[in-house]
Design a protein around this ligand. Structure first.
Ligand code: UD1
Ligand code: CA
Length: 458
C-alpha cells in the first residue's frame, strides 16, 4: 500500500495489568501482544511503521525489532493517546498519505479489517475514519456518539453520563487518518477530562468543527477489537486465540479429543492424522509431524517431533528433537538438545539432556543420559546413570553401536564404550571399554553361611 504509514501506540504501562512488565509484552497464546499487531500489518506492505514506546521502552524496542522492521519514538511522560501520537510528528515531516493508527493491545485484529478500513477511508475522502463495533458489553471502551446518523464525538467511559454509557457502539482505537490535517489538529487537543489526559478521540469533534469528513467502519466480528487491559481480558483473548488455533488444526486433519483443554500456541504446527489427547500444551515454535499420538499431561516447548511418534502421558519436552517412529514416556523428561533418533525408545522416568540416542536404541526405564552420544541398537538398562558432571565441568560419554549397558551402571565421564561391548549390571565404569569386550566393575559377591541364624541368637 503506497503512502500508507502505521503507528502503534505502546508507551503505556498498562496500570490495570498490575505488572512490572509493559503491557504489550505480556504473552497471549505464546507471543507478546505487540507481535500480533505487527503480524496483522505485515501483509499490507506499508511505507513505514513506527512504534511509540515509553514505559520500559527498551524492552519493547528489543521485542518489536526482533519481529519487524520498525522505527521507534519515545513518549515520556505518558500524557494520553493524542500526546503519544504527537511524539511521532517529526518522523512524518514531508510524508503524505494515510496513517493507520492502532494500539499494541488488540491481538485479534485482522489484516482484512485493516484493508477494509483504509479502502473505506480513501473512497470516502475522509480526514479520519474510526473502526467501531457494536457490543453487548461496552464497558471500558470509548462510546461513539452520533448526530443525525453521523459520528459526532467519542466519549470515554469515565467521562460519560449513565445515559451515554448505555451506548453499545464503541471505539476500537483503530483509525485511518490523513496526514495533512493531523498534527495541527492534535495540537488543539486539551486535557480537559476526568483523567487529565490528551485524548486522541477528541480528534473527532475537532474535525467535525473544522467541517472535515469523519467516517466510521463497523468491524464485522466484534471480537476482533477485543482490547487487553487486565489479566481477565488477557485470559479471554487467549481463549479466543486458542479456540481459533484448534479449529484451524482440526480443519487441517488433526484430531483434538477435547479442544477445551488443548493449549496450542499460535506458531505451533501439527501434521494431519495426529491425535492430541486431552490436557496437553504445545508451546513456542514446536513442530509436530503427521500421524503422531500425544497423550494427556504432555508439555512440549520449542521442539520438533517428526512423523509417527508416540509421546505417552506426562512427558516434559523442551528444545528437543524426536525422529520418526520413536516412542517417549510415560513420565520422560527430554531437555534441551535431546536428539532421539528413528524408532528409539525412551521409557518411564528417563531424563535426556544434550544427548543423541541413536536409531532403535532403548532406554526403557529410570535413567539419566546427559552430554552423550549413543549409537544405534544400544540397550541402556534400568537405572543407568551417566555421571557427566564432576562438580566443575561437564564431560562427554560415547556409547558405540550395539553396546549393552547392564542395569544400574554408572558411566563416569569422560568415557567411551566400544562397539558391541557389554557392561555388567551394577558396574561403575571409569575407563574406556574396548569394542566387543565385557566390563565388570563391581565388588564380587561373598556369602557368609549361617550368618542370619548367628545374628538372631541372644
Ligand atoms: C482507548 C481509547 C478508547 C477505545 C480503546 C480501545 C483513548 C482516549 N481512548 O482507551 O476510546 O475504546 O482505546 O481499546 O484513546 N498509550 C500510549 N501513551 C499514553 C497512553 C496510552 O502510548 O500516554 C497507548 C497504550 O500503551 C495502549 C494504547 O495507547 O497501547 C491505548 O491506551 P489505553 O490506556 O489502553 O486506552 P484505553 O483506555 O483502552
Ligand atoms: Ca486499551
Amino acid at each position: 500500500m503506497a503512502n500508507t504509514h502505521v503507528v502503534i501506540l505502546a508507551a503505556g504501562k498498562g496500570t490495570r495489568m498490575k505488572s512490572v512488565a509493559p503491557k504489550v509484552l505480556h504473552r497471549v497464546a505464546g507471543l507478546p501482544m505487540i507481535e500480533y499487531a505487527l503480524r496483522a500489518i505485515a501483509p499490507l506492505n506499508v511505507t513505514s511503521t513506527t512504534i511509540v514506546v515509553g514505559y520500559d521502552g527498551k524492552l519493547v524496542r528489543t521485542a518489536a525489532s526482533e519481529c519487524a522492521d520498525v522505527r521507534f519514538v519515545n513518549q515520556e511522560p505518558q500524557l494520553g493517546t493524542a500526546h503519544a501520537l504527537m511524539q511521532a510528528e517529526s518522523v512524518f515531516t514531508g510524508a503524505k498519505g494515510t496513517l493507520v493508527l492502532l494500539a499494541g493491545d488488540i491481538p485479534l485484529l485482522s489484516t482484512a479489517t485493516l484493508r477494509t478500513l483504509v479502502a473505506t477511508h480513501r473512497n470516502a475522502g475522509a480526514a479520519a475514519t474510526v473502526l467501531t463495533a457494536t457490543v453487548p458489553r461496552p464497558f471500558g471502551y470509548g462510546r461513539i456518539m452520533r448526530a443525525r446518523g453521523r459520528i459526532a464525538r467519542i466519549i470515554e467511559e469515565c467521562d460519560a453520563t449513565p445515559d451515554q454509557r448505555n451506548i453499545k457502539e464503541i471505539n476500537s482505537g483503530v483509525y485511518a487518518l490523513e496526514l495533512a490535517p493531523l498534527f495541527d489538529a492534535l495540537r488543539q487537543v486539551a486535557a480537559e477530562n476526568v483523567q487529565g489526559e490528551y485524548y486522541l478521540t477528541d480528534l473527532v469533534s475537532i474535525y467535525r468543527r473544522q467541517k472535515l469528513l469523519v467516517e466510521t467502519v463497523p468491524v464485522e466480528q466484534a471480537e476482533e477489537i477485543h482490547g487487553i487491559n487486565s489479566r481477565t481480558e488477557l485470559a479471554e483473548v487467549g481463549a479466543i486465540l486458542r479456540q481459533g488455533k484448534n479449529e484451524e488444526l482440526m480443519a487441517a486433519g488433526v484430531t483434538i479429543e477435547d479442544p477445551a483443554t488443548t493449549y496450542v500456541d499460535t506458531d505451533v504446527t501439527v501434521g494431519p492424522d495426529t491425535v492430541l489427547h486431552p490436557g496437553i500444551t504445545l508451546e513456542g515454535r514446536t513442530v509436530i509431524g503427521a500421524a503422531c499420538e500425544i497423550h494427556s499431561g504432555v508439555r512440549i516447548v520449542d521442539s520438533t517431533i517428526e512423523d509417527g511418534v508416540t509421546i505417552n502421558n506426562h512427558c516434559v519436552i523442551t528444545k528437543a528433537h524426536v525422529a520418526t517412529g520413536a516412542r517417549v514416556g510415560p513420565f520422560a523428561h527430554l531437555r534441551p538438545d535431546a536428539d532421539i533418533r528413528h524408532e528409539a525408545k525412551i521409557g518411564n522416568f528417563v531424563e535426556v539432556k544434550k544427548a543423541v540416542v541413536g536409531r532403535r536404541s532403548k532406554a526403557n526405564h529410570l535413567a539419566y543420559l546427559g552430554d552423550a552420544t549413543i549409537g544405534e541398537d544400544v540397550n541402556i538398562g534400568a537405572g543407568t546413570i551417566i555421571c557427566n558432571y564432576d562438580g566443575v565441568a561437564k564431560h562427554q560419554t560415547v556409547i558405540e553401536d550395539g553396546a549393552f549397558i547392564g542395569s544400574d551402571t554408572q558411566l563416569i565421564a569422560p568415557v567411551t564404550v566400544g562397539k558391541g561391548a557389554y557392561i555388567a549390571s551394577g558396574s561403575s565404569i571409569t575407563d574406556d571399554v574396548p569394542p566387543g569386550s565385557l566390563a565388570v566393575a563391581r565388588v564380587r559377591q561373598s556369602i557368609k553361611k549361617g550368618w542370619a541364624e548367628r545374628k538372631r541368637r541372644p
